[in-house]
Design a protein around this ligand. Structure first.
Ligand code: GLC
Length: 544
């Protein structure tokens, strides 16, 4: 059994979408060398861990989430030597690196699937989930994919259907087959041996399906809430968060525990109760953490946020830990969700990094990048093609209701490093057009401006890194008026209080005792002792 010093409980994570981060060879596609060249930037910002979206060999139909070889690097991203160097360079800076592991499915171009689909009696047939139709032309069950429609795909050559929980070209592996499980565990060991510090587990809740292939029952779910993974009118009971999947995550955890100090964070959907099960119901012996996406669906108002925090604390009390994530490569950029209100973004940043939990930021959040709009027929995201039948207004409406999930290109445009034609991402071209706001929303110009969002991010992360209370202290919500979100973090005699005015009016807060102002979302606020706290509209402070 390996050691675990629980570094992951105190860390803060920066997500890199490698295709869009930094292009080192001017082919328009970001790459591993590009990431290496920006490690100092990330460290200087104050992030301690990077999570990189998949860069394994892939036909790139879902930009890396369709893997065709788990132990090779996609040539557009670099070589295995680059990857080894990346791991080394991250560690040299005292940081950690987490890879994105897509275990649920492979690409349909993976040699395993090519074999499996070649004939019904191929030895790899059972590596995927194959089944006869209910009757000719009718899928085996009513199970919906996570994207659209029935997830069973008919395969003419062998006259059977294969199950694909996401897109048709991403067939699900069959984890009831022990060979599949062992092969995957060995792939995990391959990367752990290389020194990676852990994995983000892509749609891990979808790993197993009902063994008896029963239909999913009716559900009342109409709009996604983050509370449930159910689809419109259809529960996901037979395909999501099965006991076998939970059991599997424990076995996977045991593989990680063969090594020292490694970490698993799951992309899971469902109720907080479901998610808690993934992290161990009676003791924390499952995944170390899961993404809690409620934050994406929770209105940015004090009462709703208080309720969310209370529920996180209830389901993930120490030694469990919640996560605070507001954006990723599948969802709308927060600057757009919060309608360009940078003050709200600052409050969110403050909350994210001072609450008890693992904060996960998506590249570009530190400068407030927005969704990019470009013509729909130019979209590269395969999910958007699935919805090409929808007229524009419906496409946009559903896209908004599902927080940007219909055309994920819009949140994946190149990082904006400077105002040059390709925003410093590349000198010659970029796979997606650079954001129109690059002239003023870019790292270079914000780094020169002490009042910028970028510098605010740095200040918050700096405070976090130097405070034991913020890194691991107990969190207590304080009673406060409706529009104020207030809590303390305390550890070993150090107590910090956080007050946020989540409203457009200035508000006064009575303090139990005078306290020193350590940080404010307002750049020009004096760092002085305060007796009575007057918060400007949308102002948040840390007192100590
Ligand atoms: C996850 C990823 C998403 C990907 C899908 C299929 O939701 O975050 O980007 O398309 O899984 O792997």
């Amino acid at each position: 059994m390996g050691n675990n010093n629980c570094w992951w409980k105190e860390t803060c994570i920066y997500q890199i979408y490698p295709r869009s981060f930094q292009d080192s060879n001017n082919d328009g596609i970001g790459d591993l060398q590009g990431i290496i060249s920006k490690l100092d930037y990330i460290k200087d910002l104050g992030f301690e861990t990077i999570w990189i979206s998949p860069f394994f060999k892939s036909p790139q139909r879902d930009f890396g989430y369709d893997i065709s070889d788990y132990t090779e690097i996609a040539p557009e991203y670099g070589t295995m030597e680059d990857c080894d160097r990346l791991i080394e360079e991250v560690h040299r800076r005292g940081m950690k690196i987490i890879l994105d592991m897509v275990m649920n499915h492979t690409s349909d171009e993976h040699p395993w699937f090519l074999e499996s689909s070649s004939s019904r009696d191929n030895p790899k047939r059972d590596w995927y989930v194959w089944r006869d139709g209910r009757k000719p032309g009718k899928a085996p069950t009513n199970w919906l994919s996570q994207v659209k429609g029935n997830g069973w795909q008919y395969h003419k050559e062998t006259d059977q259907w294969y199950w694909a929980a996401f897109l048709p070209f991403q067939p699900d592996l069959n984890y009831r087959n022990p060979e599949v499980k062992e092969t995957m565990f060995n792939i995990i060991r391959f990367w752990l041996d290389k020194g990676v510090d852990g994995f983000r587990l892509d749609i891990i809740g979808a790993l197993f399906e009902d063994e008896e292939f029963r239909d999913n029952p009716f559900s009342f779910q109409l709009v996604p809430t983050g509370e449930s993974s159910d689809k419109m009118f259809r529960s996901t009971k037979m395909v999501e968060n099965l006991p076998e999947t939970i059991e599997f995550t424990k076995e996977l955890r045991a593989v990680l525990d063969e090594y020292d100090n490694r970490f698993l964070i799951g992309e899971t959907f469902g109720s907080l109760k479901d998610l808690r099960e993934f992290t161990g119901e009676m003791k924390p012996d499952g995944l170390h953490a899961t993404f809690l996406f409620n934050s994406i669906y929770t209105p940015f108002r004090a009462p709703a946020l208080k309720k969310m925090i209370r529920s996180y604390e209830e389901y993930f009390p120490d030694p469990w830990i919640p996560s605070y994530v507001f954006a990723n490569h599948d969802s709308m950029r927060r600057m757009t969700t919060l309608r360009g209100n940078e003050k709200k973004i600052r409050l969110q940043t403050l909350l994210q990094h001072t609450a008890r939990g693992i904060p996960v930021s998506y590249y570009g959040e530190e400068i407030g990048m927005k969704q990019s709009k470009f013509p729909r027929d130019k979209a590269l995201d395969p999910v958007s093609h699935e919805y090409s039948f929808l007229p524009d207004f419906l496409f946009n409406l559903v896209g908004r209701l599902t927080h940007g999930s219909l055309n994920r290109d819009e949140c994946r445009t190149p990082h904006q490093w400077d105002a040059s034609p390709f925003a410093g991402f590349s000198e010659k071209k970029s796979w997606l057009p650079v954001g129109k706001d690059k002239d003023w929303t870019n790292v270079y110009s914000q780094s020169k401006d002490p009042a910028s969002l970028l510098n605010f991010y740095k200040a918050v992360l700096m405070l976090r890194s130097t405070s034991t209370a913020l890194k691991k202290g107990k969190m207590t919500l304080l009673d406060a008026e409706r529009h104020i979100l207030a809590y303390t973090r305390s550890q070993d005699g150090e107590t910090l209080s956080i007050y946020m005015n989540i409203s457009a009016k200035s508000r006064t807060v009575a303090l139990p005792e005078p306290a020193g102002l350590l940080l404010s979302t307002e750049f020009d606020r004096k760092k002085e002792e305060v007796n009575e706290l007057i918060l400007a509209p949308w102002e948040g402070v840390v007192l100590g």
